[in-house]
Design a protein around this ligand. Sequence first.
Ligand code: CMC
Length: 447
Amino acid sequence: MADEQSTGSGNGGGVATAKDSLTVTDNRTGETFEVEITDGTVKAMDFRQMKVSEDDFGLMTYDPAFTNTASCRSAITYIDGEAGVLEHRGYPIEQLCEKSSFLEVAYLLVHGELPKQPELAYWQYAITHHTYVHENLKVSMEGFRYDAHPMAMLLSTVGALSSFYPAAKDLDSDTERYMAVVRLIAKMPTLAAFAYRHNLGLPYVYPDNDLSYAGNFLSMLYKMTEVKYEPDPRLERALDVLWILHADHEQNCSTAAVRAVGSSDVDPFSALAAGVSALYGPLHGGANEAVLRMLERIETVENIPDFLQGVKDKEEKLMGFGHRVYKNYDPRAQIIKKHVDEVLEATGGAQNPKLEIAQELEKRALDDDYFTERKLYPNVDFYSGLIYEALNIPSDMFTVMFAIPRTAGWLAQWLEMLDDPEKKIARPRQIYTGARELEYVGIDGRG
Ligand code: CMC
């Protein structure tokens, strides 16, 4: 999914030296200023001292969409887009996907370090035992139209959770913070699965506490009349890995939304509802669905050369390729690719012709100077849609599938924001471009 409007991790910096400064001459006044460079950045507030007169407000910086502005300090996720590196709390994503589980990665993101055995056991127990939602919330979900978009259902019910846990407003309480974190990670799959069943007109399935986090989600999606749903371990693992891959991605649009809204000291359920809303937008979620549509249009492997020519002629876009931050193979795409075959085999979709087209398309694009010169490599979305399709998950649900794991990242970032000594309510400046000091004209005199 088109996750990122992000600008990278702000990887500049290093040990401060006497030369770590910028000399700025304001040509309007001839004055020269020394501006400190720390961690590869200058402080926008240091420019405020540059004025043309005593009553001048001072120089501001202009950066729509924050494409070159770090909005916080963060120790959660490191991305080096040029090298194709993604690390959470210092651990490479490849190792986490191979050796860890989604719940352990969620613990790592939230607590800052890997859990010891009893800590992990308690974390898993706590999350497993908070998966149920209040019956009134279930009833309110039932009130949605049969064809309500599951993401619209999710964002409103996440906000509604705020009314069920009013004590979460007490941001100074470590217990309340912890309970909100546990509740959100625990209940997000339940809300997501209820939204899915609602669209199909099927009864909602209650959580099964005997199953793993991913296994329980599969049960809530697919359980019918059987007494006990037994998840296929291959699907359970593939889903768990997909969720590790989507758990956090530093200051992307939805994370920035959670931080900005949370900076008003609103409760965490309301702050996360803002994150879900941001993710709902087609520029953030939705690219993996576009990959599927593209593969359908290409239809056969024989049509690939014509399609690629269309891309080079700028008539088409190669969906699932390219990234604002990664100018190399998106490390998440490498990992997903390994799980595609496994999922297709488990779901009986091994003959899916789209997989063959995707693999051949990738091979040819990577052999083509047009794409390598522009540093266009597969991103996380190139194969994830194929996995979701094999799991029989409708495309409306793709973004919901993303919101489940990203909840862990949003919460980790929200907690970090609350404890940041530099925290202030987010309140950008503007360059005013409208009229000034007009004389009010009564309605009869407006021509
Ligand atoms: N297909 C064809 N050409 C492309 C593509 C593409 N997918 N992406 C970039 N280019 C071209 C672009 O036209 C430009 O060409 P030229 O130099 O001739 O003008 C060149 O490559 C450089 O691109 P850019 O404008 O610097 O790239 P960007 O950083 O603005 O865009 C992007 C990043 C992700 C929006 C873009 O690559 C894209 O639209 N990709 C397809 C959609 C997609 O797969 N999105 C999912 C992103 S990953 C999600 C996640 O992180 O969760």
